[in-house]
Design a protein around this ligand. Structure first.
Ligand code: NAD
Ligand code: UDP
Ligand code: UDP
Length: 315
């Protein structure tokens, strides 16, 4: 049994990682300031004898004793990370410094959930880990993109300077149950709109692409990465290489829900990347991993979850 800290553990992905680690028999500490995460996400773990929650902001020092740290704390939806952009950069940078300082003191292994946003609006397609990206340093997405880039720098410097055991994963768009219904990201937005027969909001012409990974595949690869040999540091792209336009996604959601929703075109936000798809050769070769859940199947499961949530709300 390992003692494991999950920062951002009450968020969408954090909740799934906490659940899997508990299932695997570990002792889990979930640290969260509940900015985008919710207690309802983790309520089912509260009675578990090896689950502990701490309300804490990672921008401030944290003193706990653990074997491993999954550093997820950071709002991930553009709407939320742009709501208080200074706090977003602080969370990424001060949060990384504190968690790395913690890992250094207790000699823990630490994994960073970085992002495909480090590639910005990519000129290389699909994106490979050796591509340095095309990122606007002063735009509305920069608080997140540059914050995450700086966090990667810190991880590699703590590794080189202090010999820390680090793992850096670059996550591409991930979806599934326990996303917040008002999270603002495309999959949860479209499903909620479709289930309520409200207009589906397409930003721009909907021809921009994304690659969507189902949450179970993502949790598996993050745990695989943490458990991989010490010489596997990353950065490693993790995501599903299937690439879809936003219009294609909208059509699937309408078809699978049987919704009467119509499409509504809205302005494209600034610096919205035009295309995104991971090259996952590194993950295949070094972690023996590739995603198993197809978009259609993952969407159906996610729709079921949101349907259930709406039913419970109505009761
Ligand atoms: P989320 O917003 O659902 O979860 C983030 C969690 O971090 C929330 O519970 C939030 O309350 C918490 N948090 C935010 N600031 C904090 C702070 N200062 N101190 C403590 N807790 C704080 O997002 P998610 O989708 O679960 O993303 C988790 C991580 O994965 C993030 O770091 C994100 O950047 C990264 N990521 C996610 C995706 C994706 O598609 N889901 C893609 C790329 C990267
Ligand atoms: N830190 C922490 N928990 C610990 C050890 C350190 O939160 O158990 C924080 C501490 O506040 C410090 C940061 O991590 O500011 C970086 O620590 P490091 O030892 O790298 O640098 P220094 O203490 O010299 O600033
Ligand atoms: N998007 C959209 N309608 C929405 C939400 C998002 O068309 O209601 C688009 C958004 O402009 C982007 C893509 O969907 O091109 C993915 O957006 P999301 O916020 O999920 O994540 P991103 O990959 O942009 O960080």
């Amino acid at each position: 049994m390992k003692k494991i800290l999950v920062t951002g553990g009450a968020g969408f992905l954090g909740r799934h990682i906490c659940g899997k680690l508990l299932e695997d028999g570990h002792d889990v500490i979930c640290v969260d300031n509940f900015f985008t995460g919710t207690k309802s996400n983790i309520v089912e773990f509260m009675d578990h004898p090896y689950f502990e929650v701490m309300r804490h902001d990672v921008c401030f020092p944290l003193y706990v004793e653990v074997d491993e740290i999954y550093n997820l704390a950071c709002p991930a939806s553009p709407v939320h990370y742009q709501h208080d952009p200074v706090q977003t950069t602080k969370t990424s940078v001060h949060g990384a410094i504190n968690m790395l300082g913690l890992a250094k003191r207790i000699n823990a292994k630490i994994l960073q959930t970085s992002t495909s946003e480090v590639y910005g609006d990519p000129e290389v397609h699909p994106q490979t880990e050796d591509y340095w990206g095309n990122v606007n340093p002063i735009g509305i997405r920069s608080c997140y993109d540059e914050g995450k880039r700086c966090a990667e720098t810190l991880f590699f410097d703590y590794h080189r300077q202090h010999g820390l055991k680090i793992k850096v994963a670059r996550l591409f768009n991930t979806y599934g149950s326990h996303m917040h219904p008002n999270d603002g990201r495309v999959v949860s937005n479209f499903i909620m709109q479709a289930l309520k027969n409200e207009p589906i909001t397409i930003y721009g012409d909907g021809e921009q692409t994304r690659s969507f990974c189902y949450v179970d595949d993502m949790v598996n690869v993050l745990i695989k990465l943490m458990d991989s040999p010490d010489n596997i540091l990353g950065p490693v792209n993790v995501g599903n290489p299937g690439e879809f336009t936003i219009l294609e996604l909208a059509q699937k959601v309408i078809d699978f829900t049987g919704s009467s929703s119509k499409l509504e075109l809205k302005p494209l936000p600034h610096d919205d990347p035009t295309r995104r798809r991971p090259d996952i050769s590194y993950a295949k070769k070094h972690l023996g991993w590739e995603p198993e859940v197809k978009l259609d199947d993952g969407l159906r499961k996610t729709i079921e979850y949101f349907e259930q949530t709406l039913k419970e709300e109505a009761m």
